[in-house]
Ligand binder design. Structure first.
Ligand code: ASP
Ligand code: MG
Length: 469
């Protein structure tokens, strides 16, 4: 559908009856220009609450489970009463209650088993989005925009990796055109649940935390949308985290590759997997603020004029792991291969990797919350070498931070890396490791944790980020 607009509303944009009304107004305005489909997140904090309820169930905490379920139902029922005219409430309250009962059933199963099977967790978590989609569709419908709630489980077909599933695009396209296109053609606005999908044989899955952005881009691609608009609570993608850098500015335009690198390196505006489904068709994305409708937002496009460094991100919840052979009998490349495989088995993401050729030592950066799993896997893989001291004990340094300088066209700026390093050193911040992706789109720099903020500020100023190029 070449005039279709897909819009995604995040948790804060669905956070209350008032926020839902604003979203409904945005939808009504957009529909004057052409067909619209929307993807919604659960109301803010609901996914966290669902998840902690399941944890409580696993621990056998009956009262905690009961209390959480009461809170979740109350929040949605109250929103429903505030949102809908009286004659519309009853059926929606009944739908909410039925969804809550579904969640209750899964929680009871977990209480009984004292175990949380990933498949049940995915089925249970999707109820957050099903609740918000039910409310949002009713809100639209009752305010004059014919609308229907759609469970993405019927549309987005995924592999079977529970908790972090990936879409099977051909099957998804087929279902989207069978289920969604006829609704759109008859002027009905589908409100599709974000975050969830199902395997070919119907087992419920989710796409990873924050995955509603990804749902929206999957559906935009499957439906050949003209554009995707992602509504959040910030003005767009910024040149740096404004809490660290007061003069950080909203960027007018970034490229797909820049947006993906920024998301991956810690910028919170977009889920890192959002861009991939859009690449083939070059569908543009807008990041917009539903709390500030007059801000234009950031446009994310396939290509833009290369302008050197565009933004700097930072992550402090990271740890650097170093591995060093203690014997010349150890072949460094083989060791690296085995280490990377062990990390892969532990589902650990490597954020940066550097090596020195002489001592065959290498280090890599991972997320702090993945350290335990990574270490366990590494120690198992290298148990012999560690026991016989062919490899020095594995070192973990979590007193570090990562900053990433991102921009298309940095390759065309000789001397840029030097300027960045000089700016950081001038702040007396020690650089511990440096990595540059093969795309030359990102320079990743690991520094001492207590110097991270100063380093980010210095790089932002040195590269004159946030000022019009
Ligand atoms: N509700 C899900 C989460 O909190 C997905 C999303 O909001 O994007 O992770
Ligand atoms: Mg989000």
């Amino acid at each position: 559908m070449n005039d279709l607009l897909v819009m995604k509303f995040g948790g804060t944009s669905m956070g209350s009856a008032d926020r839902m009304r604003i979203a409904a107004q945005i939808c009504a305005d957009a529909q004057n220009r052409g067909p619209v489909a929307i993807v919604v997140s659960a109301m803010s904090k609901v996914t966290d609450l669902l998840l902690s309820t399941l944890r409580a169930a696993e621990e056998g905490d009956h009262d905690g489970v009961k209390e959480n379920i009461r809170i979740i139902e109350k929040r949605h029922a109250e929103t429903c009463r505030e949102l809908l005219p009286e004659n519309r409430r009853e059926s929606v309250l009944a739908s909410i209650h039925a969804l809550i009962e579904e969640f209750e059933r899964i929680s009871s199963g977990i209480l009984m088993l004292a175990e949380r099977p990933p498949r049940s967790v995915d089925e249970a978590l999707a109820i957050g989005e099903r609740l918000s989609a039910t409310l949002m569709a009713a809100c639209l419908d009752s305010s004059g925009t014919p609308s229907i709630a759609v469970n993405a489980r019927d549309v987005i077909v995924t592999d079977g990796i529970f908790g972090n599933a990936s879409p099977l695009m051909d099957l998804t396209r087929e279902r989207a055109s069978r289920l969604l296109a006829p609704k759109l053609e008859s002027g009905i606005l589908p409100v599709i649940t974000g975050f969830n999908g199902a395997t070919v044989d119907g087992k419920p899955t989710t796409l990873g935390r924050g995955g509603s952005d990804f749902s929206a881009s999957i559906l935009a691609s499957a439906l050949d949308a003209q554009e995707l608009w992602i509504w959040t609570d910030v003005d767009g993608i910024m040149s740096a985290d404004p809490r660290l850098v007061p003069d950080a500015a909203v960027l007018d335009v970034v490229t797909y590759r820049e947006a993906a690198e920024l998301a991956y390196n810690g910028a919170k505006v977009l889920h890192p997997r959002t861009i991939a489904p859009l690449v083939e068709k070059g569908i543009p994305v807008w990041s917009k603020n539903s709390f500030n409708l007059s801000a234009p937002g950031t446009k994310i496009v396939p290509h833009a004029e290369g302008s050197g460094p565009r933004a700097v991100t930072s992550m402090s919840n990271v740890a650097l792991i170093s591995i060093e052979p203690a014997s010349p009998a150890i072949q460094g490349t083989m060791l690296m291969g085995r280490v990377l495989e062990a990390l892969g088995r532990a589902n650990t993401e490597v954020l940066a990797f550097t090596s020195s050729s002489y001592r065959q030592s290498f280090c890599f950066l991972i997320r702090k919350d993945e350290v335990d799993a990574a270490l366990e896997s590494l120690k198992a893989e290298l148990s012999l070498e560690l026991a016989h001291e062919y490899v020095h004990p594995i070192e973990v340094d979590d007193n570090v931070g990562l900053l990433a300088v991102v921009g298309e066209g940095m390759a065309g700026h000789p001397g840029l890396a030097g300027r960045v390093f000089t700016a950081i050193s001038a702040e007396q911040v020690n650089i511990i490791a440096i990595a540059q992706g093969s795309s030359e789109l990102t320079i990743s720099i690991v520094v001492r944790r207590d110097g991270l903020e100063r380093a980010v500020k210095a790089v932002h100023a040195e590269c004159k980020m946030g000022t019009a190029a």
